[in-house]
Structures are given as structure tokens and as C-alpha cells.
Design a binder for this molecule. Structure first.
Ligand code: DMJ
Length: 606
């Protein structure tokens, strides 16, 4: 079957010829070859003059259009043979340079107050503690089981914790952990990738591919392997993951890949999750940009260009999509599991590709704007009696009944809404420069309201940690006897926590949103809330023998513990907390987008 689904090739191709490095020799020989074939034209003197100009022009272009490779350690451009003309003529490179070890975007300008510097240091120590436990009992496994003191491969066996933690260690300036994790990647990961079996396209892309690419960008090479090691492993992995796109008869990829065979198949049941197929583009785009090979981006972007053409409900989409038909399946609409990062990537891919400066991707901004309007119209409600603003679900579509259920996963939304409104600038700056539309202001307001509901999901429990899922008390929906266990909470009667939903997996979404909202609004309440959450993690999830653990029930103290430290605790939760308490100049939000696993990737220079 051929891929007959409509998408615009124009929308999905990078102009990568500009990034691909060609040696001066290659440029000259190719020019001469061209001269040869144009011999007739060159026989007149005007022709010769034009050809000379052409050669000169190509040489200049070559110097102006080189990618990041000529940057030395201080981020300065150097040219072989001392030829400096390019300096006069050079435009800024369209690719963001990799960070040099001295770059302030990693080290910050140290204007932080002692209070927050000390709190940030506590997060760094927590990361050290989490890593030490993992290294001691589970090095090379996907995850640590801290209670049983062993490792487990829940994500296909690529040492997911190592790769997820790597860029966090870089950002924290944890040189020894960068060395340990980086050396493990260099020694083992390529071999693992060539031998392992089934992995999930989405999980492997966001955690492993995203982690490698972020490490490639952030690494100064002073600890661990040379940055190119990360890039080479990333390419090998992505080449195999591409089979998920190539085997599918439509633009919608299969969900599972057999790495050692480079083959792919649908998930049991045949459907792919909407969030999964639409949340691999940041990673594949960046890989294309730095490798100079457009194939990764082209395949990944076909998914979004295809989804653009599908019918939606006020911009909202069902959580399943069929790789066989290319159509959405069912009517279940939610911003929690299987729906969440679809909305996140619409705006982040647009930002990554240069936002307003790059007209090729306006359709993503349009899809995002329509979807957020849909969220405000169809999914946002207020709880009773105290009026918390929350986002519910439409399990049977817009004609069916509204469910006041909100996954903790939905708590990515406040951060995404705020980012989409100001494009990573502070609210103050965006207002001063008159950059906020009415829509942006509405979204920013909603972001702040939702962040409150997310924080209250923590505040309302006995442990101070949020459950996996909360329900909100409304006129139509109430249930007694299912409070969170903190009787002094103002919202004790607004939030309902069912028995099956009382676990906590050390998830990042709320602290992610607190971090983004703090950067954008500068309101210190977000930092204080983040600190409260961090202290609750310290109190209830730290395991004596090493590492941190998920919990079974956040509504009782002491909480019954599960036995798993998820990779995103090191990759996301602790990273966002560290950044929340640190300098704003570290990984600035108008220069980086975080993938959905918190791996920062640079925004393309346009
Ligand atoms: C992470 O793997 C990613 O943030 C994903 O988008 C959602 N789930 C987890 C964290 O909760």
C-alpha cells in the first residue's frame, strides 16, 4: 500500500543543504565540474567573468553557511588558513551552536539569593542521592527498584535512567555523574541498541533519543566522551526507530519497534496513541538539523501535517489514531494520558522552528490556538464549594457527558499555556513590547488558575504529594469519604481522590509548570510551592539504602511504598526543581524548548 495521505512536502522539509559541511576541495571540484558542463557558455568573456563571480560567491557562501563546527571552546569562529573575509560577510548560523563549557546558558549569572541557592543545592544533593542508589544497585538497567535494591528493564533495556539523567547532571554541573553516565553510553549503548528487541517509539524517542541529543548540545566534552559520541548513538537509534514510520501504510507511525531487526509493528489492538505519534517531532527535527540529513524530520513532520487535515472537535482530538487508516479512533478526548503532549508539541515544534519568523509552520500555531480555545470552551470548569479551575474530560466526545477527572499528567498544561502566550519571554517584557494578544492573556490567566489546581492536588493530601488522578466536586458530580487526608486544606471538599488513583509515581508535570510560570511571571509563590513539593518528596519517597520510590497511597502517613524510581524523576522532576530555584539565564525559555521528557533542545535561528 502506498502512502496516499495528503500532506504538504513543502511544510516538512528542512533546507539542510545549507547545514551540510562540504570541504573547500569538494566545493572547488564541484564548481569545476559545473564549469566543464557549461563549456559553451564559458567560451565568451562575459561568461568567464560570470563564472569567476560564481566561484567567488560559492566560496563566500561556504564560509557564511557553515554549521557549528568552526566554533572553538569560547564560541568564537576560527577558519583554517586564516581566511577572515567570511567574518565580514557571515550571517548568523541558522543552527544554534552547541554550548561551549563557558556558556552562561548553562552556568547562569549567579544573581540568585542565598536562600534559593541553598535550596537549589539541596535538589542537587537529592539528584546525587538518586543517582548513587541507581548506580549501586541498577547501573545499566532501565530503572532502579530501590526497595528490592535491584534493577529492572521496563523500557526495552537501553539503560534509560542513564540517558535520562545525563543532561540533568550536565545542567547541575555534576562532573563525576556526567563522566559515569557518559562513559556508560560510550561503552554500552550502541551495542545494546543493536541487540535489543521491542521498544516503544515514543518512550524511546523522548527519553533516550531526546536525552542523547540534549547531551550532545550541552556537553562541553570536558567530562565524559566527546559530544559526537552522543550524536552517533542518536543517529543509529533514530535510523532503527524510523522503521515505525516506514512500515506504516499511512503517515501515522506504528507504536513498537524491534531494534535489532529495524522492523516495526502496531501496538496490540492496532491503535497508536495520539500523544505518542505527535510527540517525537522536536527530537527528529533537531537530529536532522545537526546531522544534515532531512529524513528524520521529514518522516516525523508528516504526522503533524497529516493530523492537520483530520476533522477535530474545536481543535480537540481523540486519544487514539489508527496507523492503518490514518484516522482518529473513538471519541475519547482528554489532555491526560495519551492526549497530553500532542497539544504540547504543537506549540513547541512551532517555537523550535522559529515561531513567527518561519511561515512554514504557521499551521501548528493555528492548530494550537484552536485547541486551547476548545479547552477553554469544552473542558475547563470550576469545582465547588471553593472554585478551583480544572480541566476535565469528554470520554464520549463533545455530545457526551463531561467527566470532572483530571490526571496529574494534565499539569503540564499550565506551563505550556504560559510558554505559548509569551513565547518564553517574561510577562513583563511581553507586555512592555505589546506582544500579548487577547488570546495570549486568556491563556496566561488559565495557566495561573490551573497551576493553582495542580498545586492543591498536593496540598490536599496527608503526604503533601499529588495522587495520579483527581476528580473535582461539581454540581453534577460528588462522592463522599474520598478526601486526600489533609483536613486543614481549604480545598478538602473540592478534590476527590478515588482509591485506585492514590499512587504517586514521582511525576514532574506540576513542578514543570511551576518552573515555567516562575520564569514567566517572576512570582515567587511558584518557587515556594515547588519547595514545599520537594520537601514532601524528601520526606516520603527517599529510601534509606539509596534512591527514591513511587508510592501506593498519598493519602496516608506513612505512605505504603511501591518499588520503582521512574527515569523521569532524574530526567524531569529534579531538573525542573533545580532550574526553578536557580538563575533565569540557565537554559532560557526563549532559546530552548524542553521536549516532553525535559530534555532541552535549542530553538532554530531563522
Ligand atoms: C514522561 O515520560 C513525559 O513527561 C511524558 O510526556 C508523560 N509522562 C512522563 C512523566 O510523567
Amino acid at each position: 500500500m502506498s502512502k496516499s495521505l495528503p500532506y504538504s512536502v513543502k511544510d516538512v522539509h528542512y533546507d539542510n543543504a545549507k547545514f551540510r559541511h562540504r570541504s573547500p576541495l569538494k566545493v572547488l571540484s564541484q564548481s569545476l565540474l559545473t564549469l566543464n558542463t557549461k563549456r559553451d557558455y564559458a567560451s565568451c568573456s562575459t561568461g568567464k567573468f560570470l563564472i569567476l563571480i560564481l566561484i567567488f560567491g560559492i566560496a563566500c557562501l561556504m564560509l557564511m553557511g557553515t554549521n557549528d563546527s568552526p566554533l572553538n571552546e569560547k564560541g568564537k569562529v576560527t577558519f583554517v588558513g586564516g581566511f577572515r573575509l567570511g567574518r565580514l560577510l557571515r550571517k548568523p548560523p541558522r543552527l544554534p551552536p552547541r554550548l561551549s563549557p563557558d556558556d552562561g546558558q548553562l552556568k547562569g549569572n549567579t544573581t540568585n539569593s542565598p536562600k534559593w541557592a541553598a535550596r537549589q543545592q539541596s535538589v542537587k544533593e537529592a539528584f546525587d542521592y538518586a543517582w548513587s542508589g541507581y548506580r549501586k544497585y541498577a547501573m545499566g538497567y532501565d530503572e532502579l527498584m530501590p526497595i528490592s535494591q535491584r534493577g529492572v528493564d521496563g523500557l526495552g533495556g537501553l539503560g534509560a535512567t542513564v540517558v535520562d539523567a545525563l543532561d540533568t547532571a550536565m545542567i547541575m554541573g555534576h562532573g563525576n555523574i556526567v563522566s559515569e553516565a557518559g562513559s556508560w553510553v560510550e561503552a554500552h549503548l550502541l551495542e545494546r541498541i543493536s541487540q535489543k528487541g521491542q521498544v516503544n517509539l515514543f518512550e524511546t524517542t523522548i527519553r533516550v533519543l531526546g536525552g542523547l541529543l540534549s547531551a550532545y548540545h550541552l556537553s562541553g566534552g570536558d567530562h565524559g566522551p566527546k559530544p559526537d559520541v552522543y550524536l552517533n548513538v542518536a543517529k543509529d537509534l533514530a535510523d532503527r526507530l524510523l522503521s515505525a514510520f516506514n512500515s506504516s501504510p499511512t503517515a501515522v507511525p506504528y507504536s513498537d519497534v524491534i531494534l535489532r531487526e529495524s522492523t516495526a509493528h502496531p501496538a496490540p489492538g492496532g491503535m497508536s496513541s495520539t500523544a505518542e505519534v505527535a510527540s517525537v517531532q522536536l527530537e527528529f527535527n533537531y537530529l536532522s538539523a545537526v546531522s544534515g540529513d532531512p529524513k528524520y524530520s521529514a518522516e516525523a513532520m508528516k504526522v503533524l501535517a497529516h493530523i492537520k487535515t483530520l476533522p477535530k472537535t474545536e481543535g480537540l482530538v481523540p486519544i487514539y489514531i489508527s496507523p492503518h487508516s490514518g484516522e482518529f479512533v473513538g471519541e475519547n478526548i482528554r489532555l491526560g494520558s495519551r492526549g497530553d503532549s500532542y497539544y504540547e508539541y504543537l506549540i513547541k515544534v512551532w517555537l523550535q522552528q522559529g515561531g513567527k519568523l518561519n511561515g512554514n509552520f504557521t499551521y501548528l500555531h493555528d492548530m494550537y490556538t484552536e485547541a486551547m480555545k476548545g479547552v477553554r470552551h469544552l473542558l475547563v470548569r470550576k469545582s465547588i464549594p471553593k472554585g478551583l479551575v480544572f480541566v476535565g474530560e469528554l470520554p464520549y466526545g463533545s455530545k457526551g457527558e463531561f467527566s470532572p477527572k483530571m490526571d496529574h499528567l494534565v499539569c503540564f498544561l499550565p506551563g505550556t499555556l504560559a510558554l505559548g502566550a509569551t513565547k518564553g519571554l517574561t510577562k513583563e517584557k511581553a507586555l512592555a513590547e505589546n506582544l500579548l494578544s487577547f488570546e495570549d492573556l486568556e491563556n496566561l490567566k488559565l495557566a495561573e488558575d490551573l497551576a493553582k489546581a495542580c498545586f492543591e492536588m498536593y496540598e490536599v493530601t496527608a503526604t503533601g504529594l499529588a495522587p495520579e488522578i483527581a476528580y473535582f466536586h461539581t454540581e453534577e458530580y460528588s462522592e463522599d469519604g474520598l478526601e486526600g487526608g489533609n483536613k486543614s486544606s481549604v480545598y478538602a471538599n473540592d478534590i476527590i481522590i478515588k482509591h485506585a488513583d492514590r499512587h504517586n509515581l514521582l511525576r514532574p508535570e506540576t513542578v514543570e509548570s511551576l518552573f515555567v510560570l516562575y520564569r514567566i511571571t517572576k512570582d515567587t509563590k511558584y518557587r515556594e510551592q515547588g519547595w514545599q513539593i520537594f520537601e514532601a518528596f524528601e520526606k516520603h519517597t527517599k529510601v534509606k539504602s539509596g534512591g527514591y520510590t513511587s508510592l501506593d497511597d498519598v493519602t496516608e502517613v506513612p505512605p505504603h511504598r511501591r518499588d520503582k524510581m521512574e527515569t523521569f524523576f532524574l530526567g524531569e522532576t529534579l531538573k525542573y526543581l533545580y532550574l526553578l530555584f536557580g538563575d533565569d539565564s540557565v537554559i532560557p525559555l526563549d532559546k530552548f524548548v524542553f521536549n516532553t521528557e525535559a530534555h532541552p533542545l535549542p530553538i532554530r535561528n531563522t
